[in-house]
Design a protein around this ligand. Sequence first.
Ligand code: IMP
Length: 196
Amino acid sequence: MKKTEIVFATNNLHKLKEVQQAVGNKIILLSLKDINFKGEIPETQDTIEGNSKQKVEYIFERYNIPCFADDTGLIIDSLNGEPGVYSARYAGEACSFKDNCDKVLRNLAKKKDRKARFKTVISFMDQHGIKTFEGVVEGTILEEYKGSDGFGYDPIFKPVGYNETFAEMTTELKNEISHRGLAVKKLLLFLESYLP
Ligand code: IMP
């Protein structure tokens, strides 16, 4: 059986493995390392969609292999959508996940409205152009950390309809309901029709 190769424009091996498992064995996902890309992909747009598209265009134009890229942000209503597109570096350039969570908790200290959502946009590009797939999960920001699994803002984010934060959930449950999980499901449906 001939296998289709698609680039996932990431060096995050955890994400690569997760998505490879989901796409099955008809598609081989190549990481940036696999295609020998060593630089930094620019992420200079002011929206999550914009950065996701910028990443995929940058790689497709250079390698001409079907490619997808993802970008995610945490959007908090009473902080005017912050940290949003700046989620990775909300507390500064070399900040830790804890620095970012602490900054969110500080900024929300006097706010009643703690509604938030995670949004992921996956952009896929081939010779026919770009398609985007979005996943959103609604939730609230707690007043303190709960749970130790996961990463990023997981210990302070409780999705609607659940009594646990993302950091208290199994990876399976998180993937089932999360922003990235939902966007990946849409990508997979598209990839099925994309295969020969
Ligand atoms: P990226 O675009 O996937 O690299 O995500 C940007 C930032 O959003 C990350 O550095 C994390 O701080 C945060 N983030 C992304 N996905 C998640 C998640 O599933 N849980 C918690 N935080 C996340």
